[in-house]
Design a protein around this ligand. Structure first.
Ligand code: GTQ
Length: 300
């Protein structure tokens, strides 16, 4: 009974940080060792050391995907929802149900449920991005369907990334963050009608001014953070995690956390990307923070 009814959320995943400098060489080696035809997707999965794939947190999956020039990550579609943060490279694209979207550093690109999608790349050098998917849900709900398309690429036409509802250009998000007053700011990636990007996953970006910190926070949502620019550290639970551009870290449910930007007044601000399961938890009535008045949760 005690195991089933814990006094507080008891995630099995633990906080963890993946340094880009450490994992990027492994990903590039995978690019040499694993040819395109051997992998439907070439992904260095960021699996939580306390669990097996697909768990980055108990509800979120994250991975770094690599596409090399002239490769195609073949068209498929599935129930799982994906949101991708573009880390590095030029000439990469993802085609989402007939819309070919140019990948540009800092942009967030959505792949909604059951949209055919393939990824590719022109030009030279690697294209690397952070995949965020709701794959852990399908360990609990055995309701996932994946279909392969009859050819490697689904027919697609170029779209204007600035006008696509599937793309959140970094320049636009950064400008919005920079307009918010205070030591730090957080804005969610929302659809034009103000709703979250999906029923399960959502995301946000954070600005922390040099030498400043975000408020300390504790929530039932779990999250995966990626450092867009700058360096700093986060306290998660009772540990401190140092990070710099390109690093990715996870915060399981209910671990208190706070982000600190290094540097001094006048230096550039630090920017973080995050995706989380807040929309799903909110829809189910499970979202709560340390500040929530518990009486407001009492059901009539
Ligand atoms: O790009 O469709 O990291 O299906 C894991 C599963 C990426 C994708 C992942 C996937 C994809």
């Amino acid at each position: 009974m005690a195991r089933l009814n814990p006094p507080e959320p008891n995630p099995r995943c633990t906080p963890f940080l993946w340094r880009y400098a450490d994992i990027r060489p492994n990903l590039l080696e995978a690019g040499r060792l694993v040819p395109e035809h051997q992998a439907e997707r070439r992904v260095l999965m960021l699996i939580n050391p306390s669990r097996d794939a697909p768990f980055t947190t108990d509800t979120l999956y994250a991975g770094l995907q690599l596409v090399m020039p002239n490769e195609t990550a073949k068209a498929h579609r599935h129930v799982a929802f994906a949101m991708r943060f573009i880390i590095e490279g030029q000439g990469g694209f993802t085609a989402v149900h007939g819309r070919r979207i140019r990948m540009q550093r800092g942009d967030v690109i959505l792949t909604p449920t059951m949209n055919w999608h393939d990824h590719g790349k022109d030009g030279s050098g690697p294209m690397i991005w952070l995949d965020g998917l709701d794959l852990p849900n399908f360990q609990h709900f055995p309701v996932h369907f994946v279909e392969q398309f009859s050819s490697p690429r689904y027919p697609a036409e170029d779209v204007d990334t600035c006008a696509s509802p599937l793309v959140f250009p970094w320049a636009r998000m950064k400008a919005a963050l920079d307009q918010v007053e205070g030591d730090s700011a957080q804005l969610r990636y929302l659809k034009e009608n103000g709703s979250e990007v999906s029923k399960v996953l959502g995301g946000s970006a954070t600005r922390v001014d040099a030498g400043k910190a975000t408020p300390r926070f504790q929530e039932t949502a779990s999250s995966v953070y990626h450092v867009i620019a700058g360096a700093g550290h986060s306290t998660i639970g009772d540990k401190e995690y140092q990070w710099a551009q390109g690093d990715t870290f996870c915060i399981p449910s209910w671990y208190p956390f706070q982000h600190f930007a290094h540097g001094e007044a006048g230096d550039d601000a630090v920017y973080l990307y995050r995706f989380d399961d807040k929309p799903m938890l909110t829809a189910l009535g499970f979202y709560r923070t340390a500040d929530t008045d518990i009486e407001t949760l009492v059901s009539a």
